[in-house]
Design a protein around this ligand. Sequence first.
Ligand code: UTP
Length: 299
Amino acid sequence: MKVRKAVLPVAGMGTRFLPATKAVPKEMLPVVDRPLIQYAVEEAWAAGIEQVIFVSSRGKDAMADHFDRAPELERSLREKGKDKLLQAVENASSRVGDISMVRQDNPRGLGHAVWCARELVGNEPFAILLPDDMMWNRDASGAETTPVLKQMVDEFERLSSSIIAVMEVDPNQSDKYGVVDPMGEDGDSIQAKGLVEKPPAGTAPSNLAVIGRYVLTPRIFDLLGRQGAGAGGEIQLTDAMAQLLKEQSIYGYRFKGQRFDCGDKTGYQMANLALAMEQTEIRQRLLPFIKQQLPGWSA
Ligand code: UTP
């Protein structure tokens, strides 16, 4: 079955970015000139997704506004002949009818946020994108890659099984991620035998960490509905996926591309630097500035 819908949970509190995220949603923080949420939505469209569902919460209306038309602003830009900016503004609202919202009443965890979208998704496979995990379509050598969610949708069609994005992480960092207990390999995919949420360093079954892209079967909603609180007192998506594994196969997919953890201050700065250097006008001034600063910096 075709993957037509994508759920974007955006109801978290973004505490690692306080006070910046007191009144501004984390997902509206810009990387160069677009908010984080826009990168994720564009990745979904590039994967052939037809409907994007935000799981939102109080105080996050700026996100809905960002994807709506802005007639006064557009008129003003048109009158001033600022065509490039006008196009950038219009691009964000080009699929306004394909975006829906549902609310999570309280931030009870990622699993609970996904469960809140069950009625809008219905009985079909769907994608999940965590917008603070920003995917960049460049491999380590700088070569362009297929957008990550598109790679995963293709892999879902090939294997007819749930697919979760994984990357190798430092084993000392295992307590920050869901970790795959691997079984066999099939191309870039690794069949999971088990999944563990935030295992303490030294106890993880592998160094394959789950990051914020998933393509799942709708059975996950039944399991989430029964899932009690797990790590951190939150309803964890990883725990429900561990239950799903008892009934269906799940593959960890080693995606091509780079991931920036923009929920974290360092990862967010890295994303800004990497994408800013892509733009000639910015690079021409930024690179000499960085070089000038280097002698004064110590590791
Ligand atoms: P995070 O834990 O990274 O986001 O959740 P957070 O809670 O906003 O940030 P910190 O840790 O306090 O700094 C991963 C994703 O799940 C969403 C978040 O919005 C983010 O996209 N989420 C998390 C929800 O939608 N609801 C929740 O109850 C928890």
